[in-house]
Design a binder for this molecule. Structure first.
Ligand SMILES: NC(=O)c1ccc[n+]([C@@H]2O[C@H](COP(=O)([O-])OP(=O)(O)OC[C@H]3O[C@@H](n4cnc5c(N)ncnc54)[C@H](OP(=O)(O)O)[C@@H]3O)[C@@H](O)[C@H]2O)c1
Length: 323
């Protein structure tokens, strides 16, 4: 079967298409024949070496497809089941992948494979951010970065569904219509506007209850300066680089702020947590509260192009690879 491998860290050119033997599932494992594979910004961190992985390595941890082999002792699934997953061992960029059955979710008939691959990891991320890290309540003022992107589109809609006032941030004027279309109350174009000043203006000087910042290095200061007294800074990504180190005193000076640097893994540690998170996501998708835009499709063999486009800020919504 075809798969993507990296033998060294570097730019998109280190993604190599290789032919490897189709893996067989061991005890409690299933093999999923992929219909669509999710591309996530974290895949670029693992490719560059920002997040360390043992090399050589496969890439990708999210896909949707059909179970075509099961190992001994598997109880959750049988051959032929539709499934999706977002936390496999690296190697989802492939025609088929093996993972422990407890990391896979039964995929409702109503959700197409490409929509699942576009939304499992990003949607479960939006869910833990909005419902667990800082539980958003009706009337909260919420700032969401990269609101035209994969996580951002879902988070914008979900925050509106929870009754928040959403201030969406996008990187250029061509992206402003996207969060507006998903219900955002305000959109800030960070290429032209001062983020903190605009948030203060919108909130009559008060600031936001919570900022969900996935950009990191370039926006750390603006995010901290956008918060109200006792607001919460949630730094959950590094698309521009890692946020700088800071003194705890800063949180006191800026208004007794809270700070979290969460990751999906720690919010879906147990099968129960994973199932609950996925159920919640499928529920908002099935009732139409969160709409998943048709993802941009690339052939599996064009994974390098998908990475280039994602890192150059050329994409909106989600990207999937089609084996
Ligand atoms: N903590 C977690 O568990 C977790 C889980 C999933 C995702 N994430 C994070 O969430 C973020 C979004 O992930 P995604 O897969 O949905 O990607 P995405 O938001 O679709 O794409 C990344 C976006 O980041 C923005 N960006 C700002 N500065 C950038 C820069 N210097 N270089 C490249 N992009 C820049 C761009 O949007 P604009 O042009 O509009 O600024 C770009 O479109 C990533 O930072 C990712 O690491 C974290």
């Amino acid at each position: 079967m075809k798969a993507i491998r990296i033998e060294s860290n570097g730019g998109p050119e280190v993604l190599r298409v290789v032919d490897i033997e189709t893996p067989a599932p061991g005890p409690h494992e299933i093999r999923v024949r992929h219909h669509a594979v999710g591309v996530n910004f974290i895949d670029t961190y693992q490719r560059t070496g920002l997040y360390k992985v043992a090399l050589p390595s496969g890439l990708g941890s999210e896909a949707a497809g059909i179970v075509d082999a099961v190992g001994d002792g598997v109880t959750r699934f049988k051959i032929g089941d539709r499934v999706a997953y977002a936390s496999s061992p690296l190697g989802a960029y492939s025609e088929a992948h093996v993972l422990n059955e407890t990391r896979a979710l039964a995929l409702p008939e109503s959700i197409a494979f490409d929509i699942a691959a576009a939304s499992m990891l990003k949607g479960m991320t939006a869910r833990f951010l909005l419902r667990k890290t800082f539980p958003v309540q009706h009337g909260h003022v919420v700032v969401i970065y990269s609101a035209a992107g994969g996580v951002g589109q879902i988070a914008t809609q979900w925050a509106k569904h929870l009754g928040a006032v959403v201030i969406a941030i996008v990187g250029n004027a061509s992206k402003t219509a996207i969060p507006m279309g998903f219900g955002a109350d305000h959109v800030i174009d960070s290429s032209r506007e001062n983020i903190a000043a605009r948030v203060r203006e919108i909130t009559n000087g008060e600031g936001a209850d919570v900022v969900y910042d996935s950009v990191g290095k370039d926006t750390f200061e603006a995010s901290i300066d956008s918060l109200k007294v006792r607001g919460m800074m949630v730094s959950f990504g590094n698309s521009s680089g890692v946020a700088p180190p800071f003194s705890p005193l800063l949180l006191s000076q800026k208004g007794s702020l809270f700070f979290s640097r969460p990751t999906l893994t720690h919010y879906t540690r147990t099968t129960e947590e994973l199932d609950e998170t996925a159920r919640d996501l499928f529920d908002v998708i099935e009732k139409g509260a969160v709409k998943i835009a048709p993802p941009t499709r690339y052939a599996l063999t064009d994974a390098a192009q998908a990475h280039s486009d994602l890192e150059a800020r050329r994409t909106t919504g989600s990207l999937v690879l089609i084996p």
